[in-house]
Design a binder for this molecule. Structure first.
Ligand SMILES: Nc1ncnc2c1ncn2[C@@H]1O[C@H](COP(=O)(O)OP(=O)(O)OP(=O)(O)O)[C@@H](O)[C@H]1O
Ligand SMILES: Nc1ncnc2c1ncn2[C@@H]1O[C@H](COP(=O)(O)OP(=O)(O)OP(=O)(O)O)[C@@H](O)[C@H]1O
Ligand SMILES: [Mg+2]
Ligand SMILES: [Mg+2]
Lengths: 257, 257
């Protein structure tokens, strides 16, 4: 199952969701491949891998046609999670892709070739906060889309653009793409704003919204500094428990997991 | 004075800083023009203006050569702040700009023409969370760069890329560009992480860091839902007081204000 985690609004918890879902799915016995399509390389660092190396990464897969298998690395925390790391040159990929042939399909093709040789239960693709060619590659490669939505007012604004983009991709580039889950992040039961936003999202998206919401929890934001997932960094924290519950719920919704 | 507010990390408080600095500078008697370069249009909404209209906006200025004066609108909260709004079609501008002549200078030229007819004390440019051609246009148009930095681990990661981009812009496109201020946002004195990040930022950037830091304050995130700045929405809140102090400090640092 290939899942893209996208939302062009910045700072809504895309990377935190990819890293912690990967760790929680590994605990459930699944094999996971994380693809870090964000030039900032936060998912790479969050999984304890350096993105400041000269090793081949996802840039080389997209632009230089390097086989993905040559870029996959393990992560320190668990051998059930593998990673295609971001690298610094990824920042230039958006502009370089514009004039390339089959520019929206490059990730999809590379991933299909990799999965033929290395069957994997779940692929999680982390996206940058934009709807450019890197995110488009992720939407074309994906079977499902998981949208993290922060419980804040500005986070509601861009959803229309995101849904229109998904419709465009489904119509012209990837007919099987579907929004499978919406995950509410950084909820805060003490503020009205958070509850109001959560209510609006549930009213609009209905059953697509996972029952599990992720509370704001400082332990989750401390974990990347230690190169570990929140799930492993502080197992009993509210954030860790919530991502484990979200992973459970996610596997139940996804047909072949 | 033309100030660009940029940081490719998402959700660090770029828009909140533009909207609240604009409101606080207006209170100090300055005339302000806000340019919303983010396709999400959060600064447009945060100032109480709809971005879902067919009126000409910054897209038309960049791509269709429409004079900026034809796109400028007032904002409900104060007549001292004017806005060049974002519009939905801005999402396509990045790709369209790639093949245009003088693609990095389009905003700079349009703004220079506007300011000749409409002298303004401060121009604040809000950027999307990326280092693409929209942010490049903002860096080329700017005299100063203000970088909001959220007190979180991931927020430190992308700073190297941002500084390299600024150096590249200064060398090839805009020799007068300089980083004038760093603003710490969403600080939380109760957590070690926030204090550690603040210490690291001050150690690295020294005097560039404004003494005023903006605390995490839910009133700031509630304000956009009412189409008002945090400064006006809840005048006595910690967030409002902090942005007023930041505006004071900013005017003292900036030579012609
Ligand atoms: N549930 C949570 N509780 C507290 N902090 C969180 C939570 N989820 C994420 N964070 C923190 O909030 C910040 C934004 O999260 P994250 O970087 O995962 O978002 P993102 O959508 O990937 O951002 P970008 O748009 O820059 O890629 C990070 O510093 C992260 O550590
Ligand atoms: N000091 C603060 N305290 C509490 N909430 C804040 C503060 N500053 C910003 N926010 C909230 O955090 C979220 C991110 O802030 P904002 O949208 O201004 O960041 P941004 O850098 O402009 O994001 P993007 O990268 O998507 O453009 C918003 O929901 C905003 O309301
Ligand atoms: Mg991220
Ligand atoms: Mg913004």
């Amino acid at each position: 199952m290939i899942v893209t985690v996208a939302n062009q609004k910045g700072g809504v918890g895309k990377t935190t969701t990819v890293v912690n879902l990967a760790a929680a799915l590994a605990e459930l016995g699944k094999t996971v491949l994380v693809v870090d399509l964000d030039p900032q390389g936060n998912a790479t660092t969050g999984l304890g891998v350096s993105s400041r190396t000269d090793n081949a990464g996802v840039y080389d897969v997209l632009i230089e046609d390097v086989p993905m298998a040559q870029t996959v690395v393990g992560v320190p925390e668990t051998e059930k999670v593998q990673l295609v790391p971001a690298s610094l040159d990824l920042a230039g990929a958006e502009i370089e892709l514009v004039s390339m042939v089959a520019r929206e399909y490059r990730l999809r093709k590379a991933l299909a070739a990799y999965l033929e040789e290395h069957p994997t239960d779940v692929v999680l693709i982390d996206c940058p906060p934009s709807l450019g060619l890197l995110t488009l590659n992720a939407l074309v490669a994906a079977e499902e889309l998981l949208i993290p939505i922060q419980c804040e007012y500005y986070a509601l604004e861009g959803l229309g653009q995101l849904i229109r983009t998904v419709d465009m991709v489904r119509e012209h580039l990837n007919p099987t793409l579907r929004i499978s889950s919406i995950l509410l992040t950084m909820t805060d039961s003490r503020t009205n704003l958070s509850e109001q936003v959560a209510d609006e999202v549930r009213a609009f998206f209905g059953d697509l919204v996972l029952d599990t919401a992720i509370p704001r929890s400082v332990r989750l934001s401390e974990a990347p500094g230690h190169g570990r997932s929140g799930v492993a960094y502080d197992e009993g924290s509210r954030g860790a428990l919530a991502y484990r519950a979200a992973a459970e719920e996610f596997t139940q919704r996804t047909v072949d997991l």
